[in-house]
Design a protein around this ligand. Sequence first.
Ligand code: BES
Ligand code: ZN
Length: 610
Amino acid sequence: MKKLRWLILLLLFPLVIPISSMRGTQKPAPPARPLPANTVHDVHSYSNPQEVRVRHVDLNLHVEFEPKVFSGSATLTLERVSKDRAARLILDTRALNITHVWASSNGQSFTPTPYTLGASDAILGAPLTIDLPDDATTVKVQYYTSPGASGVQWLEPAQTAGKKFPFVYTQSEAIHARSWIPLQDTPGVRVTYSAYIRTPPNLMAVMSAEHLESSKGEYRFQMRQAIPSYLIALAVGDLRFKPLGKRTGIYAEPPVIAKAAFEFADTEKMVETTERLYGPYRWGRYDILVLPPSFPYGGMENPRLTFATPTVLAGDRSLVSLVAHELAHSWSGNLVTNATWSDFWLNEGFTTYIERRIIEALYGRERAEMEATLGRRDLEEEMAELDERDEILHIDLNGRDPDAGSTGVPYEKGVLFLRSLEETFGRANFDKFLRGYFAHFAFQSITTADFAAYLKQHLFQQSTALAARIPLEEWLERPGLPASAPQPKAVAFARVEQQAHFWAEKKLTLKQFTTARWSTQEWLRFLQSLPDELGAARMAELDEAFHLTQSGNSEIAFQWLLMAIRNRYEAAYPRLEDFLTTIGRRKFLKPLYEELVKTPSGRERAQAIY
Ligand code: BES
Ligand code: ZN
């Protein structure tokens, strides 16, 4: 299985092979922000922000589809942190080809400075150590990426919706920014950035930043708010824009833009709702970029521009909790950021909590409870197979790849913890606490300990009696779920479960079902409530009645295909193969492959599809 997981990873982000050209120069805009007091140690970065900190990144990149490389320069504006002038700057890199390094005392005139690229570690990449002259304020690195850069995916025209033009996108979280920019790749360091991007003349570039100006093949961007490196993002393809509301819109390839605009029509309302709950949206615009299906995630919260999988375009807006989720990161994650990947639950648990609150505000309590119930069920299923160390919110990732350790725990255990705070202290009170939390830590990167201290001071202090009901240490530092973990309840699910059981026990025929008005969430619950061992004949019966193999809803299709593998329902295999070869979303691929390799014939099939 380990091997297969690596195969999947390799498929998504293949490996190295260099070649390319060089150019570019640019002056940075020195920022005037107070320097954060200190930086916690991040085991996933070689950088030395305790001594010298990068404050602004100025990119000058040429996007070259032919050798599949970005080439150009990154100019980094520095601030000394320690009083004894640091003699060196250490940057993170992975499979980067460094061609020149210069230093400057004024950001204008640069002189070459010595540097060394250390040995490459499989997880961390290679440290780039740059000699810093005493008066250096700026460093400029000229480089080009490798075609197999772990954070860059190059697509052939056949892999796009339009089939005519190539496409490229970056995915920097967790530690892939270093594969396309040499920088201090730790979420504890925040930078502003600017970029000058050159593309083939018929393609459009978009970034997680404000779009300044462009002419054919030339784009300028600026991100004025200080963000962690994992939020720097770029995509280039045959893109169109369609506005949704006054500060919201969609970027997508021409064949999908209308469908996407329909699907995400509620986006502006979501922004307004979240502002009402947790304070102002601090990023200006909120747009969504719909990517080709190989995108490895459901969504990525790149600031001002969420990257989203097309697999949520169900045609009925039933999977828009993904937008609620990525939008929620504009508060939890992008505004208040996990300082290290061990604190990842601060990003994802809070975001899942806000996501469900947005869904409740827009679509009602029942819908939010259905999603919460599905979430808790997935968590329990996953935890049954997890190592105890992976069930801990404040996870120890020393020596591990933060992507490999990524599970549903920071999301669903995190949200249960926050929900237990809401239920214990009351919703109005907890909302007020959260507003205070976002205001207090805005544009900072914080640890689990920072959060716990703030929680004790601002919530627990209100009532020692209520605080005594929260097993805080158990929630944060121990595996499993505390006995007091909330249990979401969806009334509609009781009906669906009953029908599933009656049909399984042959007390009801499918004709007697009342599925006409079932939501996607009810369908998912129905499928999950059926016995694991159904047999191919009963699968065929379901398929005939409900056409599940052909479902256009990716979540329903995924659930059905899992069942198809388990029950050796061969009529669904062509769809399974199609699903596995076109969709890159890890949440779907991993469980399907895991289910396949449980049997020898399935393993063969998995290898063949691969
Ligand atoms: N930030 C994550 C995606 C991510 C996590 C990328 C870890 C790299 C490392 C994003 O906000 C996310 O959680 N996406 C989910 C969708 C969401 C609706 C739960 C996903 O992609 O499944
Ligand atoms: Zn998230």
